[in-house]
Ligand binder design. Structure first.
Ligand code: PMP
Length: 348
């Protein structure tokens, strides 16, 4: 090994879902929204001459639109390049203890990657047999906590009383609730940020706002948390958000009617699809997201995953303990989901 190689940061990167560049596939592998962003976003004309100057490093108009939408103050909002960026910044900012941070054993597979990247010790707590987070497991010494609610890839929502239990037992560390999918679920933990100054709630424009390609995520919490995040951001890269992101993000926030109607469409399709899955011999935890996590009574998930791909239906399969017989299937349009049902009918 050459000397410089000894100083290279060794990391095992996160593996995102495939983004095949082929037409005519049914792409249900990365939890994207099957519908376009708001027409206000799609039809906005922009003065691209403005690209000459640096964007607003404070992300002002977007921070302000998000704050107004949620009825909070601007100093309670931090915006980043997708929630991945926001969460990575949060790991760097808040998880600097010698004690391990905690997250569920089955969860968003980027958490352990960031922990390793930033040299943060971590421990995982097993979900129960119904893939639920057990709040009591989080009553232990730790350097911080993160979990998605609803959890991914299991799609299970943890009721707010249980989130509160975790917060009550962990007043001295930062608790991050990653709400990438909360718009398809129930109540958000946002209502708790005034009560718990150590709670950070993270959201994204990638799922319910149909803007995965634009990369906008944000965090909401006590102003001291937001200010700490900004200090780290401005020590790293002042111009994280570009001119187009800021303008288009504001347009999306302004079109609440479209936003809510798209959520309803996805939820209606999900309810229909779940009934079909039951009829076809699948079981699954109740989904509170824009995807389902299903296992078939006789056909192994890996086999189904590969057979579906041959039919140009892309879903996600994780070859990991406890979940290696499950498929994570994003909810697409009604037409797409009918084709998936037809495929399962034929194959299973
Ligand atoms: N959290 C969870 C639980 C997710 O599933 C995802 C999507 N991969 C993200 C965060 C990141 O989403 P984005 O960076 O697109 O906002």
């Amino acid at each position: 090994m050459t000397t410089w190689m000894k100083n290279v940061r060794q990391v095992e990167p996160y593996v995102p879902g495939e983004q095949p560049r082929i037409d005519n596939i049914i792409k249900l592998n990365t939890n994207e929204n099957p519908y376009p962003p708001s027409p206000k976003v799609v039809n906005l004309s922009m003065d691209l001459n403005k690209l000459r100057v640096y964007p607003d490093s404070s992300v002002g108009p977007l921070v302000s639109a998000i704050a107004e939408y949620h009825g909070i103050s601007e100093d309670n909002v931090f915006v980043g390049v997708g929630s991945d960026d926001v969460i990575a910044m949060s790991f760097m900012t808040f998880f600097n203890s010698d004690k391990p941070i905690i997250f569920p054993d089955i969860t968003y597979s980027f958490y352990d990657v960031w922990a390793n990247l930033f040299r943060i010790p971590f421990e995982t707590k097993p979900l129960n047999d119904k893939f639920e987070i057990v709040p009591e497991d989080y009553n232990c010494e730790n350097g911080g906590i993160i979990f998605p609610n609803p959890n991914a890839p299991t799609c299970v929502y943890l009721p707010l009383e249980s989130v509160r239990k975790i917060l009550d037992n962990n007043r001295d560390v930062v608790v991050i609730v990653d709400e990438a999918y909360v718009d398809y679920a129930g109540e958000s933990a946002l209502s708790l940020i005034n009560e718990y100054d150590n709670l950070l709630v993270v959201r994204t424009f990638s799922k319910s706002r149909s803007m995965a390609g634009l990369r906008i995520g944000y965090a909401m919490g006590n102003s001291a948390l937001i200010s700490a995040l900004n200090n780290v951001k401005f020590s790293f890269n002042s111009y994280t958000m570009n001119y187009t992101q800021i303008l288009l993000g504001v347009e999306s926030i302004r079109d609440d009617e479209y936003f809510k109607s798209m959520i309803k469409k996805v939820v209606d399709t999900r309810e229909w699809f779940c009934k079909e899955l039951t009829r076809l011999g699948f079981s699954y935890p109740e989904s509170s997201t824009n995807f389902v996590f299903a296992t078939h009574k006789s056909v192994p998930a890996k086999e189904l995953f590969e057979a579906a791909k041959k039919e140009n239906i892309y879903v996600r399969y994780f070859d990991k303990p406890r979940i290696d017989n499950y498929l994570r299937i994003t909810i697409g349009t009604d037409e797409e989901m009918k084709k998936v049902v037809e495929f399962f009918e034929k194959y299973c």
